[in-house]
Design a protein around this ligand. Structure first.
Ligand code: ITT
Ligand code: NA
Length: 197
């Protein structure tokens, strides 16, 4: 079976391949469907944006479609950048977004740099209600980036239990504890019932 993931983010796509291939699913993404339009993320929540992406692409293709809306919520910043994580400094510019985050936290001491990574997954298919699942992981925002793996804010997100940044984890290690990995486990626990409905 093939799952179309409504994403253009290669970091997400790589992680979803590793999460779903062992379950017997092949993964395609919007990068394989250049003719499909961009879906504007006009929602006010992760769930609204994930639904917009999944349901728009499912309606257009008539295929089952999974979408991921994610973001970083930093306590000292009142939960920002949150749903605006991809366009915090500049749209889809990881280096600029990370630089802005470091700058905003310059005077914030280590114990107050708590943050949460969040993912909402939405699985949509023609003619039925979408399946929704969430996942989160807690951490601290580092003062200096660490590690070369992963993508986005990973070099600045420190996971206390592992004493490593997300970018210092292998893909398998990250999937075990990440917002996306946890959301996928939660989604799969409800998937069979939903699929057979
Ligand atoms: P799609 O909408 O095409 O899926 P996107 O990159 O625009 O891709 P989002 O709207 O969900 O995705 O924005 C998420 C932002 O949070 C984006 O800047 C990512 O780099 C960042 N992000 C998401 N998951 C992450 C992860 O696992 N590690 C680090 N940063 C992550
Ligand atoms: Na996006």
């Amino acid at each position: 079976d093939v799952i179309l993931i409504a994403t253009k983010n290669e970091g997400k796509a790589t992680e979803f391949k590793r999460l779903f291939n062992p379950l017997g699913f092949k993964i395609t993404t919007l990068l394989d469907y250049p003719e499909l339009p961009d879906v504007e993320e006009t929602g006010k929540t992760f769930e609204e944006n994930a639904k917009l992406k999944a349901e728009t692409i499912s309606n257009l293709t008539k295929l089952p479609v999974l979408a991921d809306d994610s973001g970083l919520m930093v306590d000292a910043l009142g939960g920002r950048p949150g749903i605006f994580s991809a366009r915090y400094a500049r749209d889809h510019d990881d280096a600029a977004n990370n630089a802005k985050l470091l700058h905003e936290l310059t005077d914030v001491p280590k114990e107050k740099r708590t943050a949460t990574f969040h993912t909402t997954l939405v699985f949509a298919r023609p003619g039925s209600e979408s399946l929704v699942a969430d996942g989160e992981v807690a951490g601290l925002i580092l003062g200096i980036p660490r590690g070369d793996n992963g993508f986005g804010y990973d070099p600045l997100f420190y996971v206390p239990e592992l004493d490593k940044s997300m970018a210092e984890l292998t893909e398998t290690e990250k999937n075990k504890i990440s917002h996306r990995g946890r959301a996928t486990v939660n989604l799969m626990s409800e998937f069979n019932d939903w699929w057979e409905k």
